[in-house]
Design a protein around this ligand. Structure first.
Ligand code: IPE
Ligand code: IPE
Ligand code: MG
Length: 263
């Protein structure tokens, strides 16, 4: 398996275009309310925005797009809304897979699938299987995902499979077990809908991501809004613990620049 560098162990190579964008797609309900429509219509419009965001990444050469679709806490919503969201997810999988395939998109779904019904689980497996060889864009959908769940399931599996290293486990031992082991760490994190919180999304993987919050509601997050987020990202100075003067001098870019404090 391809392994990706850790931002806390090696200073990553930074490109002008973010390599990996992770988004909390929030604000569907408020969008619907604003337009006097049922919440579900907001979620349907949200799926259209997903399509646009995928197009955007394909056009701009962004290689990884990760979208938070349903959190491990979203089961707390009214049963009717949860059920409609599950139906919408199944429908989107059925309708979009051929298009994803045609566009070179590899689909991955992260989260605990156990709580989904058998049909949805089968659709997920099939969509992942049929797009597995694509490499233009990796689209990861986080569904029944929680950052704490992710870290715990990884630790538990590592502890079972690598018992001999107990007390000496390192990042490199753990990361292959994390749900995002198929992607580099996100460069840019976007949350639409005005809230400024992480809501148990990629807790481990966002260690050095640049955060961008916008009031724009997800159904209105178009290419112009995405451009603004990327432009904001491009104005950031990503120091990874260093000072500006070191960046100007090009110091610490060597792949060998390992942090000393790691076990
Ligand atoms: C995000 O939109 C989609 C999901 C969490 C499934 P919301 O449904 O949270 O929209 P708001 O926050 O109520 O506007
Ligand atoms: C976060 O949105 C999860 C998704 C977008 C899937 P929520 O709308 O559920 O987040 P909170 O509850 O406002 O933090
Ligand atoms: Mg919300």
């Amino acid at each position: 398996m391809l392994s990706f560098k850790s931002s806390t162990r090696t200073i990553p190579d930074i490109a002008r275009v973010p390599r990996h964008v992770a988004i909390i797609m929030d604000g569907n309900g408020r969008w619907a309310k604003k337009h006097f429509l049922p919440r579900f219509t907001g979620h349907s419009r949200g799926v259209e925005t997903v399509r646009e965001a995928v197009r955007y990444c394909l056009d701009r050469g962004i290689g990884y797009l990760t979208l938070f679709a349903f959190s491990s806490e979203n089961w707390r919503r009214p049963a009717e809304e949860v059920s409609l969201l599950m139906q919408l997810f199944a429908k989107a999988l059925m309708q979009e897979v051929s298009r994803l395939k045609a566009n070179g998109v590899r689909l991955r779904v992260i989260g605990d699938p156990a709580r989904f019904d058998a049909q949805l689980q089968a659709l997920i497996r099939e969509a992942e299987r049929t797009t597995a060889a694509n490499d233009r864009l990796t689209l990861t959908i986080a569904a029944n995902y929680g950052g704490r769940w992710d870290i715990l399931q990884a630790v538990n599996r590592m502890a079972v499979e690598r018992p001999e290293k107990q007390g000496r486990w390192t990042e490199d031992d753990l990361t292959p077990y994390l749900a995002m082991n198929h992607a580099p760490e996100p460069d840019l994190f976007i949350r639409t809908g005005g809230e400024e919180r992480i809501s148990n999304f990629l807790l481990w993987q966002l260690a050095y991501a640049e955060f961008y919050f916008t009031e724009t509601l997800w159904p209105e997050f178009d290419a112009t809004a995405f451009d603004q987020a990327v432009a904001s990202y491009q104005r950031r100075e990503r120091r990874f613990g260093r000072i500006s003067e070191q960046l100007a001098a090009g110091e610490g870019d060597a792949a060998t620049d390992e942090c000393q404090l790691h076990a």
